[in-house]
Design a protein around this ligand. Structure first.
Ligand code: FAD
Length: 488
């Protein structure tokens, strides 16, 4: 049984069903995807209707998706054809300059040369090589490894390789040791926000995120936008034999003498199960869904990632020449992160603007949609969001107007702020779970398996490898592999 049809739960369901297990998935919402959700304005099929992807927009490492579908004999190119974006990102700096992050070492070095000169371009190529080495050293030993098993820990050679590649330094120092132009440094450190930490606190092992997006590339479904990802996963899971029940909440995991016995649903139904994969918000799950014996010491003092304010707009026009992803850097850099850590909004935040022009399901012909994400403090800092939300929304509208997107104040849309994320079931009002500080990384992230409740497994972003589309998919596979190998 799998609780939660987010990306972690769906991945577990595919692998378990493909492995011959009877799989039942229960999902509290009416659609699959969890964070990878969708929202609409207007009435379906009527003019003025817009559809927004409310979660991830930067899709990296399609090979992880391909491997997930492949486990059930499905082919990524058939079930979810993807397009590689060009550019992957447009980086717009506060001084008016910009850098398109594009595929191919020489092409990208050419853009760097134009912006920062030939010496920095040569440094960039060396740095890019180092990123590749780091990724190689890390992938199988750290990211794609089952941290719940002892043998996952006992890999001194892998750790030495990572240390030699500089993985245990701080990210900002690692990047600054190779690159000198401040803009290029930002281009390779902003990704630390994806793991919930400022660049001076994140370990350099998280430079692999910059490898995944700036080197590996950023992709987008040919049809259906990002929400097509969980739909395709759910379809493949069902074809492999899993049965998915939407609008049903798991209320209680029941145990017997030898571990997991059943799951009690909010419909009153009791489903017998010898193994359960819990793939939802873990602090909430420990507040009633899970037995007391399943407590994990790693969740005793959770340190949550910052949250975000996301505004989606339906536009009655197209925006020719805009990239799919534009990152508008604020003037400030180092200091902006301390505000978030202190539970305050950033004074001059960097903004990720997503303009999915190619998504025909997003807007009527000639129209388009635009989404903007601003990092924001989570609810653990105690900010007064009734007061803060309208202020931040006004400021964001003003910034967008200044950046040339026009007056969006009257545009139809949807807004998600930390209280909204909390209402959707995310602890501390952040959809990014625990941050990835050292003591919440790898072996120190909540375990993928309960030691004291046989049959109880965990997947999703609260477990290793962590937050993001590829990690959530990997966590589901790791949970399924343990069950298929007979671990209880
Ligand atoms: C705004 C935003 C932007 C993001 N941007 C990116 C990005 O660009 N790139 C990237 O890689 N990642 C991004 N992410 C992160 C990524 O989307 C998540 O890390 C990943 O989708 C988490 O998946 P999950 O399965 O762990 O959890 P979730 O998506 O939270 O899924 C958990 C599911 O469990 C269900 N559930 C909870 N409790 C119960 C219960 N008791 N019974 C039944 N069902 C239950 C929930 O309804 C939910 O569907 C973003 C996320 C957000 C929100």
């Amino acid at each position: 049984m799998v609780i939660g049809a987010g990306l972690g739960g769906l991945s577990a369901a595919i692998h378990l069903a493909a492995g011959g297990r009877d799989v039942v998935v229960v999902e509290a919402r009416d659609v699959p995807g969890g964070c990878c959700g969708t929202a609409r304005t207007g009435r379906p099929g009527r003019p003025g209707e817009y559809r927004f992807d409310t979660g991830p927009s930067v899709l990296t490492m399609p090979e992880v998706l391909a491997e997930t579908f492949g486990a059930a004999g499905a082919d990524l190119d058939s079930v979810l054809p993807l397009r590689r974006l060009d550019p992957f990102y447009r980086l717009a700096f506060h001084d008016g300059t910009r850098l398109d992050v594009v595929g191919g070492a020489e092409r990208m070095a050419g853009n760097v040369r134009e912006l920062c000169g030939p010496a920095e371009a040569a440094r960039y190529l060396r740095f890019r090589h180092r990123l590749g080495e780091m990724f190689e050293a890390e992938w199988s030993s750290f990211i794609d490894a089952d941290m719940t098993r002892l043998r996952g820990m006992a890999r001194p050679y892998a750790l030495l390789r990572l240390a030699a590649a500089g993985g245990f330094r701080r990210l900002d120092r690692f990047v600054a040791a190779h690159l000198t132009d401040e803009r290029l440094v930002r281009a390779h450190t902003f990704q630390s926000l994806y793991v919930g930490l400022p660049p001076h606190k994140a370990l350099a092992i998280y430079a692999v995120v910059a490898h995944m997006d700036t080197v590996g590339g950023v992709y987008f479904p040919e049809r259906g936008g990002m929400h097509a990802v969980p739909h395709a996963l759910a379809t493949v899971a069902e074809k492999a034999g899993a049965s998915i029940h939407y609008g049903v909440r798991a209320d209680r995991v029941e145990t017997g003498a030898d571990g997991v016995a059943a799951v009690r649903l909010d419909t009153g139904e009791r489903i017998r199960a010898s193994s359960v994969v819990v793939a939802c918000d873990l602090p909430r799950a420990h507040a009633g869904l899970l037995p007391e014996a399943a407590r994990d010491w790693r969740l005793r003092r959770p340190r949550y990632s910052p949250s975000c304010l996301v505004m989606h707009f339906g536009l009655d026009r197209r925006l020719p020449g805009r990239a799919h992803h534009t990152l508008h850097f604020g003037r400030e850099w180092g200091g902006v992160f301390s505000a978030l850590s202190a539970g305050r909004p950033q004074p001059d935040p960097s903004l990720l603007v997503t303009y999915p022009e190619s998504d025909e399901t997003a807007a009527p012909s000639g129209h388009s949609t635009l989404s903007v994400l601003e990092p924001a403090p989570n609810l653990a800092g105690g900010a007064d969001w009734d007061r803060l939300a309208p202020q931040l929304e006004d400021r964001l509208l003003g910034r967008l107007a200044d950046l040339g997107y026009g007056d969006l104040s009257g545009a139809p849309g949807a807004t998600f702020d930390p209280p909204a994320w909390a209402r959707l079931g995310h602890s501390a009002g952040t959809p990014f779970a625990l941050d990835h500080r050292f003591r919440q990384t790898a072996w120190f992230r909540p375990s993928g398996r309960s030691r004291r409740v046989p049959g109880l497994h965990f997947a999703g972003m609260y477990t290793a490898p962590g937050v993001g589309v590829p990690p959530a998919l990997i966590s589901g596979r790791l949970a399924a592999a343990r069950i298929l190998e007979g671990a209880r």
